[in-house]
Design a protein around this ligand. Structure first.
Ligand code: FES
Length: 144
């Protein structure tokens, strides 16, 4: 028995409608998987308080009570460049842990590079970043 609601649809129109429906469903599924919005109050830490940040490639969790809000890690990218990343997994909000040269989420297995880019495991988006200002003279990082 032919579908009465499909009568008059050519193949192209039918496929466009299927794609539109699937696209909307896909967006709804993706939005359900987004992590929480980054939420911190600006704070400052001394680089020397985190020995692993003395070396390029070093990572440190800087959630030492100096701020409120999401747990944060800092990565040293080069001699004068640092990035700050939310440790809230963008998939379902578990706290991501430092693992080797990057990060791992025990929630569902997502992995991220030191710069917060998703690298494997559970598909999700990259870790959220915060602004960092490095004061070389003072040896501090202002994270906001
Ligand atoms: S919460 Fe699912 S992979 Fe992190």
């Amino acid at each position: 028995m032919p579908c009465t609601s499909c009568q008059g649809l050519d193949r192209r129109t039918f496929l466009e409608q299927v794609v539109a429906i699937l696209g909307v469903s896909g967006l709804a599924a993706c939005s359900a998987n987004l992590g929480t919005t980054p939420n911190i109050s600006p704070f400052t830490v001394s680089v020397s308080s985190f020995p692993s940040l003395a070396s390029v490639g070093g990572l440190a969790v800087v959630d030492n009570g100096a701020h409120t809000g999401d747990p944060i890690a800092v990565a040293r990218i080069d001699a004068t460049t640092f990035i700050a990343l939310s440790l809230v997994c963008p998939h379902r909000g578990f706290t991501v842990q430092i693992s080797g040269p990057g990060f791992y989420c025990a929630g569902h297995g997502a992995t991220f590079s030191a710069n917060g880019s998703w690298t494997g495991g559970q598909p999700t988006s990259n870790l959220s970043r915060y602004a960092v200002v490095y004061d070389a003279a003072a040896g501090t990082l202002k994270i906001s």
